[in-house]
Design a protein around this ligand. Structure first.
Ligand code: GLN
Length: 241
């Protein structure tokens, strides 16, 4: 078995070491004898998105999101949308997550029309939602408790019938108002959780990997790994938050 991972915009969207999530996914596949390749797709690249199984897009500031608009609307928006509809797996973080929705209206009033792959939108607010937080994934996304770190001023509102990735246990999540965190649509996972999201939350990592393997190979199993160190880190943070 093999998964081909595409890291989109690694040069522009990589706050707090979001790219570390790729190292985590790669290691957890390799430990199970599954081949992995990682291809970086920086801004300006016109390579095809076809042929990849799993896409990763990290977070960035408003400025970087505005810079990317031009590149996005040269056809990548349609390709990303088609890949999502085709059931490809996407892990998108913060700014990358906002980008999958309809638009982001920054606090300064700049409107960024995004991909519109899923019906939600984001509006910049006066407050910065920052700090360690935790949420519980919906059953369809594994049901595990996830610990993370968020830092955003954008408030995201999911449209009618759009499912969140989970429910906030402590912190802000999508908007600090309705208790939702992130999005789950087909095999697209969106979250506000930055940095080492997956190393500290191996259960969520495996759900994401499984979605890509099952789409490609039908039924797939992931051998259990010794996650004692990862779960110890998870539990310490869970207790603190
Ligand atoms: N610019 C967005 C916001 O502040 C995204 C921030 C981020 O990716 N950390 O809402």
């Amino acid at each position: 078995m093999e998964l081909k991972i595409c890291h989109m915009y690694p040069d522009v969207l990589n706050l707090y070491g979001d790219g570390g999530n790729i190292i985590c996914m790669k290691k957890r596949l390799e430990w199970r004898g599954i081949d992995v390749s990682v291809t970086k797709m920086p801004i300006g690249s016109d390579s095809s998105l076809a042929g990849f199984d799993l896409f990763f897009i990290g977070g960035g500031q408003d400025f970087e999101q505005e810079v990317l608009l031009n590149d996005l609307h040269k056809g990548k928006d349609a390709s990303v949308k088609a890949a999502i509809e085709d059931g490809k797996t996407f892990l998108t973080i913060c700014g990358g997550y906002q980008m999958m929705g309809n638009y982001y209206q920054t606090h300064e009033g700049v409107r960024c029309d995004f991909i519109g792959a899923v019906n939600y939108y984001t509006v910049g607010s006066d407050i910065r939602m920052i700090g360690n937080y935790k949420f519980k994934c919906e059953e369809v996304s594994g049901g595990s408790t996830v610990v993370g770190f968020e830092n955003h001023s954008g408030k995201t509102y999911l449209g009618e019938g759009v499912s969140p990735l989970g429910r906030v246990l402590a912190g802000y999540g999508n908007n600090g108002e309705d208790g939702t965190e992130g999005v789950r649509y087909r095999n697209l996972f969106g979250t506000y959780s930055h940095g080492p999201l997956l190393p500290k939350n191996p259960g969520l990592c495996d759900i994401i990997l499984l979605s890509a393997l099952e789409r490609k190979y039908g039924k797939a199993d992931l051998e259990p790994l010794d996650d004692s160190a990862e779960l110890a880190a998870h539990d310490v943070m869970c207790g603190r938050i």
